[in-house]
Design a binder for this molecule. Structure first.
Ligand code: HEC
Length: 194
């Protein structure tokens, strides 16, 4: 049997590409316009998935709550994983303002990043909690509960007062301690880094 030389291997590759390309074109031509299954998603179905809340607060739903209300929900649904004071046993630490000055996370990797010392925007705390928590039952919290829990976590981090009402209007105005430590990512397409 003759072993293909690199030159003839190149020819065979070209032939193979032509065959595969023509098969793809033929398959495309045979394809019906519709397959006859599925249906357009309803408004309600889209609304159930369309829950993102952006850093500027876009997408925050109606409703509201205070830390006082959030405390009892936290005890019932969050404490088991995050600890009575958000100290993070067994899972993520939610409370901590240290270091109050500076931002030495880059050269001190042992520092724990928390809502109080690292999160730059308050509305994404709503987004994250609504979308993912409780870890074992995501999607079960009502907006009022999430507002109250957000208020409670901000209160534990010394960012809002216990009776401040947190809602779509007030949450975007909460100034997070680490807010000025980040810049917006305006990279476009290539490998530019800021
Ligand atoms: C069954 C355990 C469990 C329960 C219950 C739970 N969490 Fe979590 N939570 C986790 C785990 C695990 C993570 C880390 C997830 C990851 O990093 O992907 C986390 C992460 C978080 C974070 C992000 C922390 C950070 O700074 O990165 C927040 C905020 C949070 N949880 C809030 C809550 C709230 C509020 C509740 C109650 C409604 C709750 N969690 C209930 C396990 C739990």
């Amino acid at each position: 049997m003759r072993v293909a030389t690199p030159r003839s291997a190149g020819v065979w590759t070209a032939v193979a590409v032509v065959i595969v390309a023509s098969a793809a074109i033929a398959a495309q031509q045979d394809q019906p316009e519709r397959f006859g299954f599925g249906r357009p998603a309803t408004e309600a179905e889209i609304a159930a998935w369309d829950i993102d809340v952006t850093p500027d607060g876009t997408g925050l739903p109606p409703g509201g709550g205070t830390a006082v209300e959030g405390r009892s929900i936290y005890v019932e649904k969050c404490e088991i994983c995050h600890g009575a004071h958000g100290e993070g046993r067994p899972f993520s630490q939610l409370v901590g303002r240290e270091p109050r000055q500076g931002f030495p996370f880059g050269n001190q990797p042992s520092l724990v990043r928390t809502i109080g010392n690292y999160w730059p925007f308050a509305p994404t705390l709503y987004d994250y909690t609504f979308r993912t928590m409780p870890f074992d039952e995501p999607g079960t919290l009502e907006p009022d509960e999430v507002y109250a829990l957000t208020a409670f976590l901000l209160y534990l981090n010394d960012i809002v007062a216990e009776d401040d009402v947190i809602d779509a209007n007030t949450l975007p105005r909460v100034q997070m301690p680490a807010r000025d430590k980040f810049v917006g990512d305006n990279r476009r397409g290539g490998r530019e880094l800021r």
